[in-house]
Design a protein around this ligand. Sequence first.
Ligand SMILES: C[S@@+](CC[C@H](N)C(=O)[O-])C[C@H]1O[C@@H](n2cnc3c(N)ncnc32)[C@H](O)[C@@H]1O
Length: 261
Amino acid sequence: MNEAKQHWDADVYRRHADFVPALGRPVLDLLAPKTGERILDLGCGDGTLSVEIAAAGAAVVGIDNSHSMVARAQSRGIDAHVADGQALGFEHEFDAVFSNAALHWMRDADAVLAGVVRALKPDGRFVGEFGGHGNVAAVKVALSAVLERRGTDPRAHLVWYFPTAEAYRERLEAHGFAVSTTELIPRPTPLPTDMAGWLDTFAGPMLSALPESERTAARDEAVALLAPALCDDRGRWTADYVRLRFAARLAQDEGQSAPAG
Ligand SMILES: C[S@@+](CC[C@H](N)C(=O)[O-])C[C@H]1O[C@@H](n2cnc3c(N)ncnc32)[C@H](O)[C@@H]1O
């Protein structure tokens, strides 16, 4: 993913995608933050879930590479910083790393995991959820079609990282984690607004492969292609989400040694 082409805006995110942190709450249960713990929220966005982790009594640090999102998280009292999750600079200081709906935006999963291993204390845990294999499959097909019709090869631009549960488990294990769960969860998700709003919020990196003058028409064409599959007879949209939820713990001495893979 070309991060430079991601355009996260905290107000747009709040309007079209407040379901993302709301549906992330079961992942917080899996994290089970405790008073006194120090926890990193990786790809914290506007800090909605960071605030909940802090409310459990943990000290939270958030990182995200969107200035707009980090500013919103800071305005909520979160110790948030602009940083690339693929180049974390922390050294063995967190009891846990948490991440919701962010890891599929980070193409270099091994760089992410190497940074998480370095950031964790020995025995630290890594708990999160992100897009898994098959996530927004219909949306990907529609975006492929509209890019292809305009002579743009979609493979260069549709590069979300949506692994299978098996592949991600193996990746975690290669970095020294003992994995307690990796689970694919189909989660058809009613949208609070509509598919145009979803594409405006999440498909910037794909649509920005096109000249600016063509983007709105391409987006509307994708909406029309998706309507028979994802819009009901009352005009309500449901996105074809599939999540990958995982929980893993670092083997005792792994945080001090070079990660595998
Ligand atoms: C769908 S939002 C999820 C935000 C938040 N975790 C939540 O649950 O609402 C994805 C976030 O990942 C961030 N992100 C994408 N690529 C990133 C990267 N390479 N490093 C850090 N953050 C990244 C985006 O800026 C965005 O805020």
